[in-house]
Design a protein around this ligand. Sequence first.
Ligand SMILES: *Cc1c(COP(=O)(O)O)cnc(C)c1O
Length: 363
Amino acid sequence: MTSQLSFDQQRNPNARGREERERILANPGFGQIFTDHMVSIDFTEGQGWHDARVEPYGPLVLDPATSVFHYAQELFEGLKAYRQANGAIVAFRPFANAARFNLSAARMAMPELPEETFVESLELLVQADRDWVPTTEGHSLYLRPFIIATQVGLGVNYPSKSYRYMAIASPAASYFAGGVKPVKVWLSTEYTRAAPGGTGFAKCGGNYAAAFVAQRQAVEQDCDQVVWLDAFEHRYVEEMGGMNLFFVFGDRLLTPALTGTLLPGITRDSILTFAAELGLTVEEGRISIEEWQDGCASGVLTEVFACGTAAVVTPVGSVKGADREWTVGDGTPGPVTLKIREELMGIQYGTRPDNHGWVHKIC
Ligand SMILES: *Cc1c(COP(=O)(O)O)cnc(C)c1O
């Protein structure tokens, strides 16, 4: 694939040797260790995108008055490169990430990057670091494209006139240690993640900065993750941490509708698409915490799971709020959750048919 920008490709003369790499890949954790290369592309108002390059991974030197440090004009994406059973290295729906990147960029008054350039930048990074794509089942190379405002100065009247797009890569085991272990979630009625007109649908770092205090509260409450509720009543479920939620009523799946305050997950969209083919009915709607609790009590709500690129499909085992606490089903991963997880990973790792053209071969 070619885009209009041409990438300068510099090899890292200090790339780690095979032995060190294999030692790291044996136990990669998540987002701790990065590969030997990174991608950078600069943007200057009037000139557009320029100086696209694959270069050795390393620190940045930035003026302390650089805009991103003060006004958080930043956004990111997250996707994975998978090594399939036949040896091919693939990405899953990278053009969907490219489109979402530009949707986020428009909200953050940042320049759009041509989708072909976004995808090509990831192809070149993965090709340069192909030996870093794990061979262990269930492991992958996590790709993190992002963009920062680079104008120097503290004026707040205009968005930055210059930006840098970058992409880095990190070998990844499972996001939550322990595989499909169900998580315990904390209902945050004190804090709000997003309100109408805000940035809830954009994948910007600021959403996460504002969420850490609630996530810390969840951990203090002996929970793994925070569940966000609507901004007005703190009653309707939106999403969980960095993942979307699905509620299973027997063979009917319900997921909160995209109202603008939740992140439009690509995993969410994929599950909505293929679940119907597995004989499940799917619905985008609204569910309150009372309906969640009552549904579990009466038994009509049989399973709840969260989904996202990093942690794939994760069962929700129990729920805790300021004045309530309950278990979902018997607290163990349910059959629908496991079937959805298996189907999704099967498509990504090439052991199930890719009926929708989602798998994008890199090398
Ligand atoms: C990235 C993200 C998701 C999941 O999106 P995927 O495209 O499925 O990885 C869900 N919620 C939030 C807040 C996110 O940042």
